[in-house]
Design a protein around this ligand. Structure first.
Ligand code: G3P
Ligand code: CA
Length: 269
C-alpha cells in the first residue's frame, strides 16, 4: 500500500484536453480533438447530451445558442434547447464560426462520429454525461454507442475510458450497468461522504478552487470500486500558477482548455 501511495504522489499528472484543445479550436468539435492530437495530447474530455429524436451529440450547453449559428438558422425556436432539435437539424448548424471564421463549417458531432475520430487519433476519453436529468435513459444509450463503436472491450475499459457526471445518480447507473467501466464523480463531496462515492466512482473530479492537499490525500487513501486507490482529476486549470499548485497537491489529472500551457509548466517543474 505504501508503494502504491508513493506512485500516486510522485507521478506527473495526466493532462486532459477539456472539450478538446478548446482554447485553440471550437470546443467539443472534431477539430478540437484533432488539435489536441496534433499537440500530442492523448486524453480528451467531452460532454454528451441527446437530441429530440434520441441521438447522442457532443455539446456542453443545454442550448445550441452559444456554440452554433442556430439563432440564425432557426430564428423562431428560442431558447434553442438541444433536446428540442432533431439530429438532422443540428447537423445543419455551424459550430465553428462563433469561435473563429477559420472553423466555419465545423459541426456538432454525434457521439458516434466523435468516437470514430477519437479512435482514429488513438486518443483516450473522459466522457461526461451532461444534464442527465433532462435525458432519462442516457446512461444505457451512451454505453450502447460506446459498445457499438468498440469502446467497451477489455483494452478500452482498462485504460482508455472514464465516464463522469455531476449527477451521482447517473454515475451510479453507469457503474451498475457496466461495473467494469471506470467512472468519475464531478464535485467535491465532504470527507465524510467520500467513502460512499468510492463505492461507485474511481475518480472524484473536483474544481481546482475547492481542493487542498489534505483533500487529495484523503481521496488517495480510499479504495475505488475496482480495488485501486481513488483518483482525482481537477478542472479547469489554465494558468501556470494554478498548474503548479494542483501538481503540488498530487492530483492524478489536470483538465485544461490549454494543454500546451499545462504541459510546459509541468516540464519546467
Ligand atoms: O471535466 C470537468 C469539467 O468539464 C466540468 O465542467 O462545465 O466544463 O462540463 P464543465
Ligand atoms: Ca465537461
Amino acid at each position: 500500500a505504501h508503494t502504491a501511495h508513493a506512485a500516486v504522489s510522485t507521478d506527473q499528472p495526466l493532462v486532459i484536453a477539456h472539450r478538446g484543445a478548446s482554447a485553440q479550436a471550437p470546443e467539443n468539435t472534431l477539430a478540437a480533438i484533432d488539435r489536441a492530437a496534433r499537440l500530442g495530447f492523448t486524453w480528451v474530455e467531452n460532454d454528451v447530451q441527446r437530441t429530440k429524436d434520441g441521438k447522442l451529440v457532443v455539446i456542453h450547453d443545454d442550448s445550441l445558442a452559444r456554440t452554433t449559428d442556430v439563432e440564425k438558422v432557426f430564428p423562431k425556436r428560442a431558447p434553442w434547447k438541444v433536446k428540442d432539435f432533431t439530429a438532422a437539424e443540428i447537423a445543419r448548424l455551424d459550430a465553428g464560426s462563433w469561435f473563429s471564421p477559420r472553423y466555419k463549417g465545423a459541426r456538432v458531432p454525434t457521439l458516434k462520429q466523435y468516437m470514430n475520430r477519437v479512435s482514429r487519433n488513438h486518443q483516450k476519453l473522459v466522457l461526461e454525461i451532461k444534464n442527465p436529468q433532462l435525458y432519462p435513459g442516457i446512461e444505457r444509450e451512451t454505453l450502447k454507442t460506446l459498445s457499438n463503436e468498440g469502446w467497451l472491450g477489455p483494452a478500452h475499459v482498462r485504460s482508455k475510458l472514464v465516464i463522469q457526471s455531476f449527477s451521482a445518480a447517473s454515475v451510479r447507473k453507469v457503474h451498475a450497468l457496466r461495473p467494469d467501466v471506470r467512472t468519475g464523480f464531478l464535485g467535491t463531496p465532504s470527507v465524510a461522504e467520500l467513502p460512499v462515492y468510492a463505492r461507485f466512482a474511481d475518480q472524484i473530479n473536483s474544481s481546482h478552487t475547492t481542493i487542498s492537499r489534505a483533500y487529495v490525500a484523503t481521496i488517495h487513501a480510499l479504495e475505488g470500486p475496482h480495488g485501486r486507490p481513488l483518483e482525482i482529476s481537477t478542472w479547469t486549470v489554465d494558468t501556470p500558477a494554478d498548474t503548479r499548485r494542483v501538481a503540488g497537491l498530487g492530483v492524478n489529472g489536470i483538465i485544461t482548455n490549454k494543454p500546451d500551457v499545462v504541459r510546459k509548466t509541468l516540464r519546467e517543474n
